[in-house]
Design a protein around this ligand. Sequence first.
Ligand code: PMP
Length: 290
Amino acid sequence: MNMALKIWLNDRLVDEADAKVSVFDHGLLYGDGVFEGIRVYDKRVFEMEAHVRRLFDSARAIRLQVPMSKEDLTRAIETTVEANRIHDGYIRLVVTRGIGCLGLNPFTCKTAGLIIIADKIQLYPEELYEKGMKVISATTVRNHPLALPPQIKSLNYLNNILAKMEALDVDVPEAIMYNHEGYVAEATGDNVFIVRNSIIYAPPVEAGSLEGITRAVVIRLARQEGLEVVEKNLTRYDLYVCDELFLTGTAAEVIGIVEIDGRVIGDGKPGTITRLLRDRFYSYARRKEK
Ligand code: PMP
């Protein structure tokens, strides 16, 4: 039986049954808010500082005042993890615009809402890491950065959800999204990398992706291994002819892609560099020292 969770709601922990938000919260009415997804490994919050910083940046970009300082928020996250005795799990951090009038006007919302959930995590099955995952190219174009900058991790994920449905319709878990110019942006919940002639290429964040925290760690670990990492615009052609393709994200970590749009990548198995980086990331995230 699942134990009821303790949820951080605004300024304190409450029982899961009491963790409710108003139907007038603009987070619900308009997707007006920001969020983070964070891993807990062995009771440690992974890359806490980077996630808290990204949350504050997302909030700032939409003129939303997080109702706590970075330090207090960090403590609230730790408190929630401890209260739920999470060893290995997932934290969902949400800041909503708060309760306001029915109109769009965000200035009618006096105080932002804060939700912290620390729970177990749903992972891809191990087999998918060994055999590799299939993806498709989405026809849904990534949000134009001048309309809604993809660096903002906002509560409005419809752009990604439309692409995700295209993938699920054909029984694959992920879709690659391209920007309005046809360059690779990201997957619906992960960043994209390819390998060609032993060089790693990643689309620049400006191509229309979230600045992934796993992405940054993987780039650092790859360079520590002496591998060359180049950020440059990639096209669908680049994905079709690459030697290796992999995705990175908080939940997925590093996962090899072996087929895109029905075309086999490399020799149809997760490549050597993908497996090396998955190993390095796995050990780094679960390292014992602080
Ligand atoms: N892109 C999108 C759209 C995401 O939602 C996420 C997070 N799941 C990522 C990329 C990966 O970012 P991170 O490594 O910080 O989880």
